[in-house]
Design a protein around this ligand. Sequence first.
Ligand SMILES: Nc1ncnc2c1ncn2[C@@H]1O[C@H](COP(=O)(O)OP(=O)(O)OP(=O)(O)O)[C@@H](O)[C@H]1O
Length: 666
Amino acid sequence: MTEEIFVPAGIAPSAEQLAVQLARVPYGLVEANAGAAKTTTLALRIAQALQRGAAPERILALTYTDTAVLALREALLRIGLASSTVARLRILSFDDFSAQRLAEIEGGGVTRCRTPEQIKPYVLRAIERAQTLPEERYPDELLIPGGGEGMVEGLLNRFAVLKGTLRLVLDPPEQRMSPALADELGHDYASLRVYSAFEFIRRGGHPDHPAFRAAGDATYDLARLIVDDELAGSEPHPLDLGLNLVVLDEMHDTNRAMFTVLACLLASNRRVAFLGVGDRDQVIHSAAGADADFMGAAFERGIGRAARFPLTASFRFGAELADAAGRLAAKPYRSGAAWPTEIQVLPFADAATMSRHVARSLQELRATERAAKAGPGASIAVLIRQAHQSIPLEDQLLRAGVHYRTAGFTSYLQRREVLLVRGLHAYAQNDFSGFDAAPTRLAVLQALMLFAGSYIDSQELRLADRVEEQERVMREVAADPAAMPLFIQNHILRNADAEVRRRLLDAIALLRSDDAQAFARRFVAVLQPHQLAARVLVCREDIDQLEQNLAQLVGLIEGEGTLEALFRVMHEQATRQRQMEGRNAVVLASIEAAKGLEFDHVILPGLNQGDFAVGGHSTENRNLLYVGMTRARRHLSLLFDAQRPSRYLFESGLLAPLDGAPAPGL
Ligand SMILES: Nc1ncnc2c1ncn2[C@@H]1O[C@H](COP(=O)(O)OP(=O)(O)OP(=O)(O)O)[C@@H](O)[C@H]1O
């Protein structure tokens, strides 16, 4: 009997795609380049399973990120599945799926912490606990200067690797931990001791479930239950969902904990088939132990023999871009698209000129589209490496009237440090009328509180009442602009630590003087944002970004001339931003946030030596450019500082080194 084949809308599947769609193998794997239709082919495989009679609830699609969840949903709708059917499929990120299963097992009640700042108090308590345990045999190893504040980020990174790799779960050391053993395990003794104290605190208090979970913890906790054989006796098995099909997108980002859950999932659903897809050159999350080998030999070793399917050509872009991406990633790259992709590589004298160029070309493009009245305009993304790059860009987009939305970071006008400065200026001028919406005034108060050191943002139950009370009072104050100055004076500045208060008051005096030149020259030195941020934020990258954000903000004064004009323009821009239309908006996003998506035009500004390869050349930095440039369908623009092009522009063959020129830098 020949089977009925699902026929998608809009595309004619290639023979390679059909082979995957119709496969009847227990396990299938596809390793293929960006744009080679991996997500679309997963969607086709799902559609075929539905065609064969599977109920949507018996199909599970897993991804690494929330963006990939959206990309898969869109691919399913694009090939013609009804939205009511797509809504019934289980499409989840790995961590959300694990959290859902654990909620079934534990009965819920576990708080999920979303930011490192929310976990910070627990890490500090773990350091304290590790240092004061009476049975500690190497107390000298645990002497940490300065109360451990500066170590929180590094510790969290090490915890993520320990959890992602299940290092201490699969291979528990037989002897008691010692500095020599820690060394053998490839970690330092202090980190491992603080890690056990942290896990003790996280698990403490309740017999059935932990107190809280941060990103990755749900997958780790579920993997632990599996490794410790704690699910084996349950009837039915908590991972037996009667599934017919499991698909996994972005499989290159799989770590050991995820793989353990996947293996158990496939073993617990008797009649399940599996299809995983990925691209080794898109690994940008190796910090949590991601290892592309789980698509390779490790799959065979851990789960079973898999049929391997090719998808050899990119449907997203033409041969020029396939060629450049192939050179960058040093692999063969074919294009199967019926159109050429135009690539522009443009040098600029500085970031301001570059931003003006981007805004002007987008303005012209939208005007041409409007004149042609040809339906929805092209999809456009400006993809940036670091959030602070958005400030001159957003400033120019707002001036040019280009509608945009941000992804992966908040718009610069809403960032905490920018709200802090705008709030200090309004306080200095005793005029909050520029903040015309109560939620923005509330955000200003929260930013001031945060940097003054009086903001409570904690998941700890003993602080819950205080958090709620603080929020209530701030909401009340924010409702009335006239109440802002007194509250800032009496509750924020007065309660701030003496050193911080001095800096804030100096900054206010400088803003009150209305002296643009003094502002440009001295504001950063007076406010000392680095120290201000280091007291409250956890990640070095966030602290650096905050400092860079303020430097960029101060730089905007050049275009304005007076302080009054600068802050008035920001108020006006914030109002204009609230009125922007979502439809046809340009997407201004981090590269990470655009992974899995595609756009007709992609603009990548800032391909400069020293800017793009944050922290120096690494595979992850190269992969970020690979991910960014392969989002483009028809046009790709790479913009760089004429004096210092990134070495990746040479590696991708998009810039030719001049004869006798020095070797390109980073
Ligand atoms: N048979 C086909 N004919 C024409 N276009 C196709 C075909 N199959 C897929 N496409 C299109 O190719 C583009 C890339 O597909 P898709 O997003 O699935 O690639 P991908 O491999 O998942 O990419 P990435 O790894 O970069 O996220 C999409 O626009 C999709 O609609």
